[in-house]
Design a protein around this ligand. Structure first.
Ligand code: CDP
Length: 225
């Protein structure tokens, strides 16, 4: 079967990571969480006391330490930062840190390197529009703002870092605004993306649907080779 590239984009808390992880598992593909990479860089910015707006001081961080992803885990050098990058401290800063043009250029290079062979599910904000413009399947996942905030609240509870719904909703709204209005690679649906609104869609049904779409594309891709 011809393995393909799958790009998943959408606003904060739309369930991209969960869907991407499960879809990759079902297909035997590799999952790449680009948001986690921006979050890891943001954690470095915070730890080094660098101002979020100071791109000149942020760029050398790429040379000093290595951000990698192994399975679902995110590392800075050998340190597993998978939990720490989900905290509100990082969520508040990430959409500012990732606006800088050179930051995005470096990250896109890293992400394309990771996706050199097919059989990839990659999720983020600019995957279908920029990083993997050639992806055979592009999905744009979305849900109502309230549903997205409630899901994120549960994630934070599970991390042992609970926050009131209003605060979580505010963070989601702020990030969506910053992500959709930035000059470079804004969050937007690719022309050839399929929109999936999962507000009232149970996760197992959603995954079944995505697996079917992917298998159809694999067959189509096989035929085209
Ligand atoms: O909270 P959620 O899982 O929805 O977000 P994330 O995927 O962890 O991404 C965190 C932030 O990184 C986003 O709000 C964007 O500001 C930024 N990001 C981006 O600019 N481009 C990407 N490809 C992925 C994330």
């Amino acid at each position: 079967m011809g393995r393909i590239l799958i790009a998943i984009d959408g606003p904060a808390g739309a369930g991209k990571s969960t869907a991407a992880r499960l879809l990759a598992e079902r297909l035997g593909y590799t999952y790449i969480d680009t948001g986690a990479m921006y979050r890891a860089l943001t954690l470095l910015v915070i730890r080094n006391n660098i101002h979020w707006e100071n791109e000149k001081k942020i760029i050398p961080l790429f040379e000093k330490q290595k951000i990698t992803q192994k399975g679902e885990k995110t590392f800075i050098d050998d340190e597993n930062v998978s939990t720490e990058i989900r905290t509100n401290r990082v969520s508040r800063a990430v959409s500012i840190v990732c606006r800088h043009p050179e930051v995005r250029k470096r990250m896109v290079e890293l992400q394309r390197e990771l996706a050199q062979s097919a059989g990839i599910v990659m999720d983020g904000r600019d995957i279908g529009t920029v990083v993997l413009r050639n992806a055979e399947l592009k999905l744009f996942l979305t849900a109502s703002e309230e549903a997205r905030a409630k899901r994120r609240m549960k994630d934070l509870e599970a991390l042992g870092k609970p926050l009131p719904l209003a605060e979580v909703q505010q963070n989601i709204r702020n990030r969506d605004r910053l992500d959709s209005t930035r000059k470079i690679a804004p969050l937007k649906q690719a022309d050839d993306a399929i929109v999936v609104d999962n507000t009232d869609l149970p996760i197992d049904e959603e995954i079944e649907m995505l697996v079917r779409m992917a298998k159809d594309k694999e067959i189509e891709h096989n035929g085209n080779r």
